[in-house]
Design a protein around this ligand. Structure first.
Ligand SMILES: [Ca+2]
Ligand SMILES: [Ca+2]
Length: 124
């Protein structure tokens, strides 16, 4: 039979373990490689989106992680060119359109696509 003091220590230890597990939970961020405008598909619009961002032109949506096709940590015209090459059926060493999930210290993030002026909104 445990004494009340031992029960209290046990309860405090269990509470602190549970609290630390909650504090250090890791979020996940998913994106589609090459889907720079976050509309769910990889198309020439994604290459154009990257070019617009590099030219400081306003875009409706931009997913920086997805736009970094070669994963070098920088979004550049090279990433746009890789998308264009792949769409022209020129082999590139990256799997465009694959879903990539990375763990982050931040809570799970969702990037929502906002329809542009030339797009119809998706009704659900
Ligand atoms: Ca896209
Ligand atoms: Ca890059």
């Amino acid at each position: 039979m445990m004494s009340i003091g031992k029960r209290m220590i046990c309860l405090i230890l269990m509470s602190s373990l549970l609290l630390s597990a909650l504090c250090f939970s890791v979020g996940a961020l998913s994106f589609i490689r090459g889907d720079a405008d976050a509309d769910g598909t990889v198309s020439v619009i994604d290459a154009t989106t990257i070019q617009k961002v590099k030219a400081s032109v306003q875009v409706d949506a931009f997913d920086e992680k997805a736009a970094d096709v070669d994963g070098d940590g920088v979004v550049s015209v090279i990433d746009a060119t890789l998308i264009q090459k792949s769409l022209a059926h020129i082999e590139i060493p990256y799997a465009l359109g694959e879903t990539v999930t990375v763990e982050t210290d931040a809570p799970t993030q969702t990037i929502e696509h906002q329809p542009g002026e030339n797009e119809l909104p998706i009704l659900s």
